[in-house]
Design a protein around this ligand. Structure first.
Ligand SMILES: Cc1cc2nc3c(=O)[nH]c(=O)nc-3n(C[C@H](O)[C@H](O)[C@H](O)COP(=O)(O)OP(=O)(O)OC[C@H]3O[C@@H](n4cnc5c(N)ncnc54)[C@H](O)[C@@H]3O)c2cc1C
Length: 373
């Protein structure tokens, strides 16, 4: 591991200053982030979890975490193609035909940007209730329906799309996964503006969209099993983010301690921050345990749900503490906006990848063995 991290440090020392000076104040722009992902891909760092034969490093989850920590310490949090790199790519590696796997290098170098078309109006928590239909017609499936909350939908060139292929089968058994080119006629993407002012999601409408049958990923009507691979990778990502939260809280505590005597925060805000800090420490320990059991090849179990719940709710409390500490400057002015944005953005973490209520249901039924209502 030490050798690998040394190689990463050398890569960052060599490439990051050139990239930063090239993009200057545009560093956070979409184009700059794509350019940086390409630099990472050229050097084998865009998807360390992928096997070496596909351009990764075969890193286990603890190594991935160490790499992510190194990157985040240098200000690199997420690659723009994160959904392709973390979720779709591993699913293609597990289920894709040789032809479908041709997408892998293009995912690494940003030529292909992927999104996940799972949720629909009326099918979020109850994902298996999805109604977007795909009907076989000759050598194509014809797709009609709608997706919603599609992250990165506006930038995506392709979608991993869940469709109903057998309306008569029990709801989990009639679903398939199609790999859909977003430029196909009949695909319409409408961005959704969020409470934080950004538009990171889209609604996607399909009207008689023809998808070649060779774009079916995995067996027909077994999309639910294929999707579980994708969602499993999404949950591993949550455990990694939980580990970052502790670091964020520690930095915030240090920043408060360094404030000059005439600019001390209010005692109530300090109390709130310290409570939040302790909470993130606990979440950090929990996620370290879960990550090491994943590294030993154990199935993600109840801990995974506890972490999702604890991480998302602790993250919201930390964001509230940060906003309170920033005071008036938290809602007006530069670093301010960052606190307000962080506060608003944190609202989504208790919805994405399973709402808090759904996760509590899972824990109640599968861990505590409580009866269903
Ligand atoms: C940041 C973010 C990114 C996302 N990215 C994507 C993406 O890329 N692709 C994609 O397909 N989707 C994405 N989603 C959608 C996400 O998967 C859904 O929002 C989520 O599954 C909840 O579904 P819903 O919004 O339809 O809410 P609903 O399922 O309608 O739930 C509404 C409310 O009812 C509660 N509820 C529902 N059922 C129960 C129950 N049985 N018991 C108790 N309470 C219940 C929920 O907890 C919630 O409070 C994203 C969401 C967010 C916030």
């Amino acid at each position: 591991l030490d050798e690998l991290l040394q190689e990463l440090d050398q890569f960052l020392d060599r490439e990051l200053p050139t990239h930063e000076s090239k993009w200057g104040d545009q560093l956070d722009s979409w184009d700059a982030r794509c350019a940086w992902q390409r630099v990472m891909a050229d050097n084998g760092w865009a998807a360390p979890a992928w096997p070496a034969e596909h351009g990764g490093r075969g890193a286990d989850i603890m190594t991935q975490l160490a790499i992510e920590e190194r990157l985040s310490a240098r200000g690199i949090i997420q690659r723009p193609g994160v959904l392709g790199l973390n979720n779709v790519g591993p699913t293609l590696i597990a289920y894709g035909t040789e032809e479908q796997k041709q997408s892998l290098p293009r995912i690494l170098n940003t030529d292909e940007m992927w999104c996940q078309g799972f949720s629909e109006p009326g099918a979020g928590s109850d994902l298996a209730g999805l109604r977007t239909r795909a009907v076989r017609d000759g050598e194509d499936f014809v797709v009609n329906g709608q997706k919603v909350w599609t992250s990165n939908g506006m930038h995506a060139t392709h979608m991993e799309c869940l469709v109903r292929t057998d309306p008569d089968a029990p709801k989990h058994a009639g679903i398939s996964v199609l790999l859909l080119d977003m430029t196909t006629p009949g695909v319409e993407v409408r961005p959704i503006k969020q409470i934080n002012g950004n538009a990171e999601f889209a609604e996607v409408f399909f009207t008689d969209v023809r998808v070649p049958v060779e774009n079916l990923l995995g067996p027909l009507n077994q999309g639910w099993t294929v999707t579980r691979t994708t969602l499993g990778h999404e949950r591993a990502g949550v455990a990694t983010m939980a580990a970052h939260l502790e670091r964020e809280a520690t930095e915030l505590v240090r920043a408060q301690a360094a404030r000059p005597a005439d600019d001390r925060p209010r005692a109530a805000d300090v109390d709130r921050l310290l409570a939040s800090y302790v909470e993130t420490k606990i979440v950090g320990r929990l996620s370290a345990q879960a990550l090491s059991s994943l590294a030993r090849g154990e199935q993600p179990g109840a801990e995974q749900s506890v972490i999702k719940l604890a991480w998302s709710e602790a993250g919201q409390r930390l964001a509230a503490a940060r906003l309170a500490l920033a005071g008036y400057s938290g809602v007006a002015g530069e670093p301010a906006l960052a606190s307000a944005q962080g506060y608003l953005s944190a609202r989504s973490s208790t919805i994405a990848a399973g709402t808090s209520q759904i996760v509590r249901n899972v824990l109640a039924e599968r861990v505590l063995g409580l009866p269903r209502e």
